[in-house]
Unconditional design. Structure first.
Length: 229
């Protein structure tokens, strides 16, 4: 009984600590954009794309020509500029077996594969953020509904308390109403904890290191519409 009293007191304290003041809003697209900017794994995938493109450009290059000098009839006692024959040769290596085309084809496949892996990583992150966002958005909605129910039920409790003071209702009936009020408050405060937990998880997946309170602004019917598409 003592532990139950501590639990009820703790949950009621959580309910009293409702956020106040203006809160920043976060849409689904904003959450996705921030995650795509901050994910270290995605940055690593992005760096692989230009690296593969650089290898492809290198594979497309034609081999440099070979420039050679050759001296003939060079003997002791001769004058170099008059008696020595000097020849210059410019040789262009030929790709007879098509190895260059093969290298280009392999490099092009690597570029396409790297680009596909990068785009897949982007889609995976976006899907993870969507799931976490809608989970947190649903928890936020439940929290708000239960908090509104607590506020409305408090009016009923105040009215019945006034009725009790004039003997219009029995004390037993009032205690039942009061017990229901406490149960509702406990449910509301558990919803506050769940909304906070799911919001923080979303912020972690977005790459945030601090977790300020915010409002998930996406309407719930948007999730239903996208599910039907």
């Amino acid at each position: 009984m003592y532990k139950l009293g501590i639990l009820i007191s703790s949950l009621l304290f959580v309910g009293m600590a409702r956020p106040c003041g203006a809160q920043s809003k976060l849409s689904l697209q904003e959450a996705i954009d921030q995650a795509l900017k901050t994910r270290a794994s995605l940055k690593a995938e992005a760096q692989r794309v230009p690296a593969a493109q650089g290898l492809k450009r290198q594979a497309e290059l034609i081999q440099n020509p070979i420039f050679q000098f050759e001296n003939q009839n060079l003997r002791p006692g001769q004058i170099y500029t008059r008696d020595v024959d000097t020849y210059a040769y410019l040789t262009q290596p030929l790709d007879v077996f098509g190895k260059r085309k093969q290298r280009i084809a392999v490099a092009a496949k690597e570029v396409a594969s790297t680009q596909a892996q990068y785009e897949l990583a982007q889609r995976q992150i976006a899907q993870d953020i969507k799931r976490s966002y809608w989970t947190a958005r649903g928890a936020q909605e439940l929290r708000d509904l239960l908090n509104a129910s607590v506020d409305n039920f408090q009016k009923i409790l105040d009215y019945d308390s006034a009725q009790l003071s004039v003997g219009a209702i029995s004390e037993q009936d009032f205690l039942r109403i009061r017990l229901e009020d406490e149960r509702l408050k406990i449910s509301a405060n558990l919803a506050v904890l769940e909304a906070t937990r799911t919001r923080v998880r979303l912020q972690r997946e977005m790459g945030q290191t601090d977790f300020p309170d915010l409002v998930l602004s996406e309407p719930l019917d948007a999730n239903q519409t996208r599910s039907l598409q």
